[in-house]
Design a protein around this ligand. Structure first.
Ligand code: M6R
Length: 616
């Protein structure tokens, strides 16, 4: 939700900021804008649409300033218009501001400012904060000139309710940027004679690998020479400089048409990275370096409570199945957005686990804080190192799949399934799972990259199917047990990138309502495993066929499907049940991707969406 970039250095700020915005565009792409300090005034350019449009409209050669801020927007308050695009400038022209988040009490602040002569050009909450800072800046002539700008931001933020990641410039302070965060991520990049500020590392990785992760309630004051961090209460903070491990190539297309395609095909390597170094020497269990909970304490856990949103929530549903099946511990899975307001009774020996690729999803973060407030330990599975959730968790597991840029989650999702399967093994081996069953499970996990590679070989066949099915308006995705969440994931992938209506159901539930949708116009995608569920799933397929519904079957190799039952069959290799959800996901990722391409959708930046949802 919105991307923020700031730069102070010796280079032309506009080019660096625009490049950074392009890399952050997946966070929001309704509009984009920059403000550059230019000979004592702000040069502002902002526009609805993509960063590319802003670049074309910005006479970069004329904007020579070396301090600036830029923003790519996912609209919350106010429609998608040029006026609502960031940066906003205060009505007295003194302050320029970009913002990621929501100022909840903006209406009362606006009411306070209006009689004082401040005027507003937009419908945004951001412009209100911008004018509040201008008000405090003008009002505090007694504060030392050198810190007047910083103190006006600090003072204003004390009156703000809501969430923010902001970057602010003051016309009187040509080489200064003040920024602050509460609930929205901000990272300082410490380069060679330059400082950068961004919502995430993608925007700064081409210039520096040295970063400082800002915490909630901290203010960063950047000048041309150095930077300092203080709290909202004006206490000094000693910065910790971390090193980013991602490389610039990780966030480039490298010959692929879309990031989604690249990330789907990266999965064998990504999953290899997720597993690396995480098996015991005797080959019978998994091991994790960062759980921060002893085996003795883990044994006392009598319930797991899993919290997440979107695809990560689907991953939790699979993990629930595996932990209950292999470790025999009950698991509860909640949408993070619901858990934070549910106030449900919880047991004493419950361990919480949040799952989030970005580690910045506001509902997951808030649900985690709620669980901690209640006195529970919370572990986290995250991909983004140093993210808010990763830092606030008591321990956890990093996914190590590199940056995921396509808005539709692919490699991060399968890697969450893999971590879930490894956790189920680890917990199972602490309880009743035998050495030989553990060893067989480990062997299956180690085989995942190769199984995924085999599933990817179906790409040309799936592309053909996609071409034939792209014109349908409704789809059902049906699976049982651990393949039911994969059905949900398949439906989500299809709807988010192709805008085709799709629903996921447990295959047997279909008779309780969704079957009413079935006609020649509504195809069903079935997940068909061999083994005990095979006949049951085939019966459900027969019921669809009897009603003239088209069927695409994603079936394991050994499934001997009755002739003519499925209109299309996509084969996946036979595998251990713990890894089947991972392998079965690949065909539906490809199917959604190729359908969206066939329909000429903007695959990496689907309408109305943003990669990480940092507003409630
Ligand atoms: O970063 P997170 O894993 O917390 O994100 C959660 C969801 O917003 C995310 O999975 C979303 O549903 C994706 N667009 C799915 O493809």
């Amino acid at each position: 939700m919105c991307g923020i970039v700031g730069y102070i250095g010796k280079q032309k700020a506009s080019a660096i900021i625009l490049e950074g915005l392009k890399r952050l565009e997946y966070r929001g792409y309704d509009s984009a804008g920059i403000a550059i300090q230019q000979a004592g005034r702000f040069e502002v350019a902002k526009k609805t649409g993509r960063v590319e449009g802003l670049i074309k409209a910005t006479p970069a050669q004329k904007i020579t300033g070396t301090t600036g801020i830029g923003h790519t927007r996912w609209a919350t308050h106010g429609g998608v218009t040029d006026a609502n695009a960031h940066p906003h400038v205060s009505s007295d022209g003194k302050i320029a501001l970009i913002h990621n988040g929501v100022i909840e009490n903006y209406a009362s602040i606006k009411k306070f400012l209006l009689p004082k002569g401040y005027t507003f050009q937009s419908e945004t909450d951001t412009e209100v904060l911008c004018n509040l800072i201008a008000y405090h800046y003008q009002k505090e002539p007694d504060v030392k000139e050198a810190s007047r700008f910083l103190e006006s931001v600090r003072k204003s933020l004390r009156h703000v309710e809501g969430t923010y990641g902001i970057a602010v410039m003051c016309g009187d302070c040509p080489a200064e940027i003040v920024s602050a965060r509460k609930g929205s991520p901000l990272i300082l990049g410490v380069g060679d004679g330059e400082l950068m500020l961004a919502s995430d590392v993608a925007a700064i990785i081409s210039r520096t690998q040295n970063v400082v992760y800002l915490k909630d309630g901290e203010l960063l004051h950047m000048t041309a020479k150095n930077f300092s961090i203080t709290t909202l209460e004006a206490e000094d903070v000693s910065p910790v400089v971390d090193k980013i491990t991602w490389k610039i190539e990780d966030s480039e297309l490298n010959g692929h048409a879309h990031f989604m395609e690249k990330e789907i095909f990266e999965q064998p390597a990504a999953l290899e990275n997720t597993m690396r170094g995480r098996f015991s020497e005797d080959g019978s269990t998994a091991q994790f370096g960062g759980l921060n909970i002893s085996a003795v304490d883990l044994r006392q856990v009598d319930r797991f409570h899993l919290l997440a949103c979107g695809s990560a929530w689907h991953a939790c549903l699979v993990t629930e199945h595996l932990i209950e099946r292999f470790a025999r511990v009950p698991v509860e899975v909640d949408y993070a957005s619901e858990f934070r307001y549910r106030n449900m009774p919880l047991g004493n020996n419950t361990l919480f686990l949040t799952v989030s690729q970005s580690g910045e999803t506001i509902d997951t973060l808030a649900a985690m804080r709620e669980a901690k407030r209640k006195g529970y330990k919370v572990l986290a599975i995250n991909n983004v190192v140093g993210s808010s959730i990763a830092r606030e968790a008591d321990g956890g597991v990093y996914q190590h799949v590199g940056p995921e840029i396509g808005v539709a989650s692919t490699k991060a999702f399968t890697s969450q399934l893999l971590v879930g399967a490894m956790l189920a093994l680890y917990l199972g081996r602490m309880r009743d799972m035998s050495f030989s069953d553990g060893a067989e499970y480990v062997k299956a996990l180690k085989g995942v990259p190769d199984l995924v590679r085999q599933a990817l070989e179906q790409a040309p066949h799936i592309k053909e199917i996609a071409r034939r099915y792209a014109h349908y308006h409704d789809f059902l995705f049906l699976g049982r047990l651990s393949l039911f969440p994969v059905a949900l994931e398949g439906a989500l992938k299809l709807k988010e990138i192709s805008y085709i209506h799709a629903e996921g159901y447990p295959a047997a539930e279909m008779k309780h309502g969704p079957i009413a949708l079935i006609s020649e116009q509504c195809p069903s995608v079935f997940f068909v495993p061999s083994g005990e569920m095979f006949n049951k799933v085939v019966s459900s397929m027969q019921e669809i066929k009897a009603r003239k519904g088209k069927i695409i079957a994603v079936a394991t190799d050994k499934c001997d499907l009755p002739a003519g039952l499925a209109d299309e069959v996509i084969r996946i290799p036979e595998c251990h049940e713990a890894v089947l959800p991972i392998v079965a996901t690949v065909p539906v990722q490809l199917l959604s991707y190729y359908i969206a391409v066939e329909l000429k959708r903007d695959v990496d930046k689907p309408r109305n969406l943003a990669k990480s949802v940092t507003v409630e």
